[in-house]
Design a protein around this ligand. Structure first.
Ligand SMILES: Cc1cc2nc3c(=O)[nH]c(=O)nc-3n(C[C@H](O)[C@H](O)[C@H](O)COP(=O)(O)OP(=O)(O)OC[C@H]3O[C@@H](n4cnc5c(N)ncnc54)[C@H](O)[C@@H]3O)c2cc1C
Length: 465
């Protein structure tokens, strides 16, 4: 696969035309500016040669056209919260920062759609839609800072996936700048369209390797009338997992169904005095039920019965927004709280069929027992079969062992019919695992698609393949 890198003289060639088009302050080459764009949530660091901050589609067109002409890598960037290195400029070149393309262009309640620029923060769209009593369901735990552009590029999931699906299920149409600087419009603002190949769906999850989104039309749905939350403590992970299965097998589809294991629980102990964590709790489920008031009451009552039958030690219920927020805080703080275990972590994002969750949890434990210096902490969207395995380690020297442990967990996941990424994407962090899951012929089709969209390999080189 062709990948391009940038040379200093090529970058110099771009400066004058870019400054003319975008203005001096939107074309950054000072080291202190570029450093801010060298990292993302994966904690890697690669310095870009130039940072371009477009405000319009035409700015993006001009920047990409020039980059293509001079064969300079282009790295689109939202909030840089990606966990697999999607936005890091591994071959230098140009970072396209979408922070200034952050307008909600329209919300059309009659059509149940909204059109936004890619730099809109996910929570902003959720909040604005709610003013019309409408709901944009994809809800990554990073919603307060990640962008819709980044969400579309990663096909972000989150806590509402079980009932409402993921970002892919809400993207109707895209305006896309292609690698040669031309612009296409895929999909329609209609709720249905089966005209031709579904290029919109192909682009969702393409991690900035096929095209650059400059406008995104999303589907909205009516805002649920009521949400209630339960925080349930169990003596064993088995009880929690079996409770989850029982709930779903009785035709209750929770808005959220989250799992937290014992190692993770230990990290959040004492964080909120008002939420007392029982000493003998070895697993937690957080369950949101939403819908019409009456059906929520009924659903919550049935869920309480099911979890009690599975030996729940304690159930905390929340019905108003403040109480719910307090309970969800327990889940939100988990990721940083894990550093109580050890100062280093590798975060994995495996997904298995829900019926195999207990098996993958056992496999993770077995693997962990062979690496006594490391500790796995697991939590995640159990309703989707999506577990975030966090391998924690004390010293940098432990990293190769942590990587070996991850390698074994990935292989167990694939053996159980799962996938190496439920929602965080591949980037450069997971590209080495791609051939484990994707057969050679399918992988070749993906490479051919990449070549068709981006013959010179300027779009996010170093990712995926
Ligand atoms: C604390 C925390 C919690 C998280 N929780 C979740 C979660 O629950 N679910 C989940 O799915 N993810 C989660 N993530 C991961 C991350 O937030 C998502 O992957 C998110 O979609 C990234 O958005 P971003 O705006 O930060 O994009 P970035 O990280 O900047 O970029 C991500 C990818 O999108 C591409 N991209 C960005 N903008 C464009 C564009 N306009 N056109 C084309 N490509 C573009 C980039 O090149 C890159 O490949 C979490 C991350 C953190 C730090």
């Amino acid at each position: 696969m062709k990948s391009c890198t940038a040379s200093k003289s090529e970058i110099t060639n771009l400066l004058a035309p870019l400054r003319k088009c975008l203005g001096e302050k939107n074309v950054l080459i000072a080291l202190e500016d570029r450093i801010c764009y060298a990292y993302d949530g994966s904690k890697q660091k690669y310095l870009p040669d130039i940072v371009v901050r477009p405000q319009t589609t035409q700015h993006v067109v001009e920047a990409v056209r020039l980059a293509n002409e001079h064969e300079i890598p282009v790295y689109p960037r939202g909030a840089g919260s990606g966990l697999t290195g999607g936005a890091v400029p591994v071959f230098g070149g140009m970072v396209l920062d979408f922070a200034q393309m952050n307008r909600i262009l329209e919300i059309v309640p009659e059509d149940l759609v909204a059109t936004v620029e890619p730099g809109v923060v996910t929570q902003t769209l959720q909040t604005e839609a709610a003013k019309y009593n409408l709901f944009y369901p994809p809800d990554p735990a990073s919603a307060a800072f990640s962008t819709i552009g980044g969400n579309v590029a990663e096909c972000a999931g989150g806590i509402t996936g079980l009932k409402y699906g993921v970002t892919r299920d809400y993207i109707l149409a895209l305006e896309v700048v292609l690698a040669d600087g031309s612009v296409i419009n895929t999909g329609r603002k209609t709720l249905k369209s089966v005209t031709g190949y579904d290029i919109t769906r192909l682009l969702v999850g393409s991690e900035g390797t096929l095209g650059i989104f400059t406008r995104i039309t999303v589907k909205l749905i009516p805002l649920p009338e009521k949400i209630e939350t339960l925080l349930v403590f169990f003596p064993t992970p088995k009880d929690a997992v079996e409770s989850a299965s029982t709930i779903i097998s009785h035709n209750i589809l929770p808005r959220a169904l989250e799992f937290i294991d014992k190692s993770s629980i230990d990290c959040i102990k004492g964080y909120r005095q008002e939420i007392e964590l029982p000493e003998d709790a070895n697993a937690i489920l957080i369950i949101d039920i939403d819908g019409e008031e009456k059906s929520v009451q009924k659903g919550i009552a049935r869920v309480k019965t099911f979890v009690s039958e599975h030996r729940a030690i304690k159930i905390i219920a929340a019905s108003d927004a403040k109480e719910r927020n307090d309970l969800w805080e327990v889940r939100r703080i988990l990721s940083p709280a894990l550093y109580k275990i050890a100062p280093y972590k590798i975060n994995e994002d495996i997904c298995v069929p829900r019926s195999r969750i207990l098996e993958i949890l056992h496999a993770i434990n077995d693997t962990n027992s062979r690496y006594p210096r490391l500790k796995a902490a697991n939590f995640g969207h159990i309703g989707d079969g999506n577990i975030h395995v966090n391998v924690m380690y004390e010293e940098e020297g432990d990293r190769p062992f942590a990587e070996k442990m991850i390698d074994e967990i990935i292989r167990s996941t694939i053996r159980l019919g799962g996938t190496i990424s439920g929602e965080h994407g591949i980037g450069n962090v997971k590209s080495k695992f791609l051939p484990l899951e994707i057969a050679p012929q399918e992988l070749q089709i993906m490479k051919d698609i990449k070549r068709l969209f981006d013959p010179k390999g300027i779009l996010n080189p170093g990712k995926f393949f």
